[in-house]
Design a protein around this ligand. Structure first.
Ligand code: NI
Length: 144
């Protein structure tokens, strides 16, 4: 419990620093053109304690779960495969999927895929796992 509270505090603190995540136009084409790294989410917006992250994916991520956060993926380009222990779902442009908190999952894509992630501020991309794929402090998408 203490760990969760610390995470929430860290999220609030970061949003204070990144106070520019609202009241601005974000163009998705330009947003995705502004970075090239895979599995490196960029903050694009914040509302009501939630963040919108833009991410480029290719290849396979790591199995993980988010104990306290539901996680929504909205696919903009490509095809996102979300693996669960008993099945796999493919999410295509114009589609979204919400992974319930506590459910173990792995994301993967064969071609470069662009997606928006909606989740509570301070949610770690690798959930309960901390490894070289973990991003503790995301860059911010510029306006326009
Ligand atoms: Ni996840």
């Amino acid at each position: 419990m203490r760990k969760v509270e610390a995470g929430a505090r860290a999220g609030r603190q970061r949003l204070k620093i990144e106070g520019m995540l609202q009241d601005r136009l974000v163009n998705l084409e330009r947003a995705f053109a502004s970075f090239s790294e895979h599995w490196s989410p960029r903050l694009a917006g914040e509302f009501n304690g939630m963040v919108v992250k833009a991410v480029k994916l290719q290849g396979e991520f790591v199995w993980h779960r988010h104990e306290e956060a539901d996680e929504m993926f909205l696919v903009v380009r490509g095809a996102l495969r979300i693996g669960f222990r008993d099945r796999e779902v493919t999410v295509r442009p114009g589609e979204f999927y919400i992974i319930p908190r506590g459910v173990e999952h792995i994301t993967a894509s064969d071609e470069e895929t662009h997606a928006l992630i909606f989740e509570p501020a301070g949610t770690l991309n690798t959930g309960n796992v901390d490894n070289e794929r973990s991003v503790h402090s995301e860059g911010v998408i510029a306006s326009g």
